[in-house]
Structure formats: structure tokens, C-alpha cells
Design a protein around this ligand. Structure first.
Ligand code: ZN
Length: 500
């Protein structure tokens, strides 16, 4: 007779396995599946999702969680039980018909969104979006919340985080960030990014991207790098991590920084404890913490002067025609140009968070019921002017640019900015813990930083919630100061500004 914990462990492990099978099916359809496989794949994914939902809401699992809740004292077991409870409650409070309705509505909404964006026709998408907002509001009410309705949706992506906490950090960020963007716009020096748009042969990009991922610590004996339209990091667990990227022969940045970004996600996955694979104890804390790992390698390391002091020679050898006569300073400036723009995914690391603040304010108001769907374009354009000083010429380059809302994903956007803030705070802590870290980066030695991340973040899986983890690792709660210090210290010299 297995103990209650053993029975519970087997049940949640199988739920995790179903999720990882779904992830692999997704990876395959994004990378190598022929178009003809689409409808069979949709059926397979839908079956796996149904099975996982049944398991997640099974009354037997509910009883086991009840039984174990106050009786486990091992921290690993505790994190499994408390996360399973969160999953169970979220899933069992929403009736299966509503889940099916949401997925049906979002399939149609995604299609309508694609067409509406192509024709820059927001009114054509608006009825779909209204229906999704209504369903998500209903779901949030069923799940329940302490503060406001949006909290119930945010909790799906950033467990434990509330709208009030997000608002607090975004409010602290907003003013100083807008001010700094204005100062950069009037700076005496402006880097030139045109060198990134020369001819970069694809084969050389592929081998350089692989070299970068390997150099920072991505283990190719337990992972792969392939090509997809939208880059992502997937796979089945720490020993099988799948990265993807894309290559443009007339623009080097997407493959170099895309791969550093996805490899950052992948390095986190590879560092999760394999002994707890498929269970919460072996999984990532939250989307925000996941994003902190990708941003840390992409930006804090990968766009730093030290990184390229060690790496630029190899880069010039990989692309002699394009970069042979470009100085390190010119290259470092080019990869660090800041300019307020319309499109989030093309934004630099200074303006990026402003794009997120805008989306958070709009979706929070939509879910809270203080903004109507038809008023989104006006709200969007007004906030773009206020935060970034630019005006979208049409909705395709404005409120129709992202896929998230058409997939019913409300509460997802804040995790991108939280990732940047967590990354800044972690990186400061790493610099304190490893006093010669900058020299190590200059020499292309990434192992000390990787070891620090493994020990402080990766190995814990889901043992701590994001807020608790940040506090433990950095000695302080989440704050915007490290991020503001980082951008000021980094960009002032590039732009010839004095920081006082
Ligand atoms: Zn990411």
C-alpha cells in the first residue's frame, strides 16, 4: 500500500509528464512538422490537454492534497503540495464547458486578430476581444481573489504576485524611466546601429550563435538549437531542452541576442533539479523568474562591454566582411542604441518596460471593468504619446501588434518587465558575491556566474515564490533601484551624458 504522499507524487508527476508531452508536440509543430500535420496535431494536443485537465481536477487528487496539506514537513514535499493545491483550486473552480468555450473562442479570435492586424482593422477584432474579456472576467470571479479581479489572472503566470505590487513597482519605474529616455534623446552622442544591417551569411550566423550559447553554459549534450518563426525555449525537462531562433542575412541582432536570450531560458531549465523532474519542485518559479534568466544573459551580460571585449575577436572572424573594420566601441554602441519605437518586440532594454507598463494599465482596466474594448485604440495611442512620445500611425502598429490578448492571455505582459527588474537585482547581487565578475566576463569565463545562478536560483525549482526568492538571494524585496542604476551607469557613457 503506497503512502498518501507516494500516491500524490505519482499523480502530480503524471500531470507534469502530460504537460511535457504537449510541449514536445508544440516544439515539433513549430520547427519541423509539415503543414499537412496541422489537423492531426490539433487533435493530439487537444486530447493531451483534456487528459491533463481531468487529472488536475480529479477528486482523488483533491482528497490527497487535503490529507497531506498540513502534514508534510520536508520542504520539497511542501512545495509540491502547495503548488498542486494552487493548480487544483484554479482548475477545479472553472467548469470544463467554460474551458472548452475559451479555447474555441480563442481559436477564432486568433484568426480574426491575424486578419485585423494585416488590415489594421481594430473594429473587426473588437467583438472577439470583448467575448474573451468577458470569459476571462468570469473565470477570474470563479477562481476568486483577495484584492482585485486581475489578481486571479496574474496569478496564473506569476504565482503570489498582486496587481497592487505590480502597480507599486511600475509607478516607481515610470517617471525616472521616461525622464532618462528624454535625456538620451537629447544626448550629445548617438551610436550608429547601421553596422548591424550589413551582410551576415547564414552559415556563419548559425555557427557563431551555437558558439555563444555553448560559451555561456548551454549544454548541447542535453539540448538543441533549431529554427522557428517565433523563437522560444521548450523541451521535456533539464536533460532535453529545445531552443529555437531565426536568421536574417541582413540583420545580425536577432540571431545573436535571440540565442543569448533563449539560451538563458535553456540554462535555467538545464539547472532545475533532475531528481524532481515533472513535479513542481523541479520546475521554474514563474514566468517572471524565467524571464530574469533570459534577460540576464541577453542584456546584463550579452550587451555589456566586458562580454564583447572577450567575444568581439571571434565575432569579427565569423563576419570579416561586415565587421572586420568596425571597432569594438562602434559595435558596442550599435547593439545599445536606445530609441522610443512603436513595437514592443523591437524595443531596446531602456524603453521596453514602458511598453509593458502601457499594456498592464490597459488590460487591468479591461478586466476591472473601467475600460471598454472599443476604447482601447484611443487609450493605447494616448499612453504611447505620454510614455514614449510616439504616435502609432495605425492600429496594426499600435494595439493590434501582440498576439497575447487574442489567445486570452491577460496578466502575462507584466512578467516581461518583472523579469527585467528581477534580473537587475540578481545581477547586482552576483557582482557583490563575485567581486571579480567583470574581469571573468572579459576573459570569457562564464562558469562563476553560472555556478552562482545554479546555487542561488536554479537548484531550488519552485521551492520559493518569486518574491521570497528575490528576498533570499538579494537580501531585499523587489525594487526598481538596481534596474535604474544599471541603465544609468551603462548608457550614460555610451551617450556621452554626465550622471550625477
Ligand atoms: Zn523570454
Amino acid at each position: 500500500m503506497p503512502s498518501a504522499y507516494e500516491a500524490f507524487h505519482k499523480a502530480i508527476r503524471e500531470i507534469g509528464q502530460l504537460g511535457s508531452i504537449e510541449g514536445l508536440l508544440d516544439w515539433d509543430s513549430e520547427t519541423i512538422m509539415p503543414d499537412g500535420g496541422l489537423s492531426a496535431r490539433a487533435e493530439q494536443i487537444s486530447l493531451i490537454a483534456t487528459l491533463a485537465h481531468e487529472r488536475r481536477t480529479s477528486p482523488t487528487l483533491g482528497e490527497l492534497i487535503e490529507q497531506l496539506d498540513s502534514r508534510v514537513d520536508d520542504p520539497i514535499e511542501q512545495s509540491n503540495v502547495s503548488e498542486a493545491r494552487r493548480m487544483y483550486e484554479r482548475a477545479s473552480r472553472v467548469p470544463a464547458e467554460l474551458v472548452t468555450r475559451l479555447s474555441r473562442v480563442s481559436v477564432l479570435a486568433k484568426e480574426a486578430w491575424g486578419k485585423a492586424r494585416a488590415g489594421s482593422d481594430f473594429p473587426a477584432f473588437a467583438p472577439h476581444l470583448s467575448e474573451l474579456v468577458n470569459i476571462k472576467r468570469h473565470i477570474a470571479d470563479l477562481i476568486g481573489y483577495k484584492g482585485e479581479r486581475y489578481d486571479a489572472l496574474l496569478d496564473e503566470y506569476e504565482p503570489g504576485m498582486t496587481s497592487a505590487q505590480v502597480e507599486e513597482v511600475f509607478t516607481a519605474l515610470r517617471g525616472p524611466l521616461c525622464e532618462f529616455v528624454r535625456r538620451l534623446a537629447h544626448a550629445p552622442r548617438k551610436p550608429d546601429s547601421s553596422v548591424l544591417h550589413r551582410n551576415f551569411p547564414r552559415a556563419a550566423q548559425e555557427s557563431f550563435a551555437r558558439h555563444l550559447a555553448e560559451a555561456i553554459g548551454f549544454d548541447f549534450s542535453r539540448g538543441r538549437l533549431d529554427v522557428s518563426k517565433h523563437p522560444f525555449c521548450g523541451g521535456t525537462g533539464p536533460a532535453d531542452v529545445r531552443l529555437t531562433t531565426r536568421y536574417y542575412e541582413d540583420f545580425i541582432a536577432p540571431s545573436v541576442f535571440g540565442v543569448l536570450h533563449e539560451a538563458g531560458h535553456g540554462i535555467y531549465e538545464q539547472g532545475l533539479p533532475e531528481a524532481h523532474m515533472f513535479t513542481p519542485a523541479g520546475q521554474a518559479v514563474s514566468l517572471g523568474i524565467h524571464e530574469s534568466q533570459s534577460r540576464l544573459w541577453e542584456n546584463f551580460v550579452g550587451r555589456s562591454r566586458e562580454f564583447w571585449e572577450g567575444m568581439y575577436g571571434a565575432c569579427q572572424r565569423a563576419f570579416p566582411d561586415a565587421l572586420g573594420s568596425v571597432s569594438l566601441d562602434a559595435f558596442h554602441g550599435a547593439i545599445n542604441t536606445v530609441s522610443p519605437s512603436l513595437i514592443r518586440v523591437e524595443a531596446d532594454e531602456v524603453t521596453y518596460n514602458l511598453h509593458i507598463i502601457l499594456r498592464f494599465e490597459i488590460e487591468r482596466a479591461l478586466i476591472g471593468g473601467t475600460l471598454e474594448v472599443r476604447d482601447i485604440p484611443a487609450a493605447w495611442n494616448g499612453k504611447m504619446r505620454e510614455l514614449l512620445g510616439v504616435s502609432p500611425p495605425n492600429d496594426a502598429q499600435g494595439c493590434l501588434q501582440d498576439i497575447h490578448w487574442s489567445a486570452g492571455m491577460f496578466g502575462y505582459f507584466p512578467t516581461y518587465a518583472l523579469g527585467n527588474l528581477y534580473a537587475a537585482q540578481f545581477f547586482e547581487a552576483a557582482l557583490r558575491a563575485i567581486p571579480n565578475l567583470r574581469d571573468e566576463l572579459r576573459r570569457g569565463q562564464f562558469a562563476p556566474l553560472l555556478a552562482w545562478l545554479r546555487e542561488n536560483i536554479h537548484q531550488h525549482g519552485m521551492r520559493y515564490r518569486a518574491g521570497e526568492l528575490v528576498h533570499r538571494v538579494t537580501g531585499a524585496p523587489l525594487t526598481v533601484e538596481p534596474f535604474l542604476r544599471y541603465i544609468r551607469t551603462k548608457f550614460a557613457p555610451i551617450y556621452g551624458l554626465n550622471i550625477t
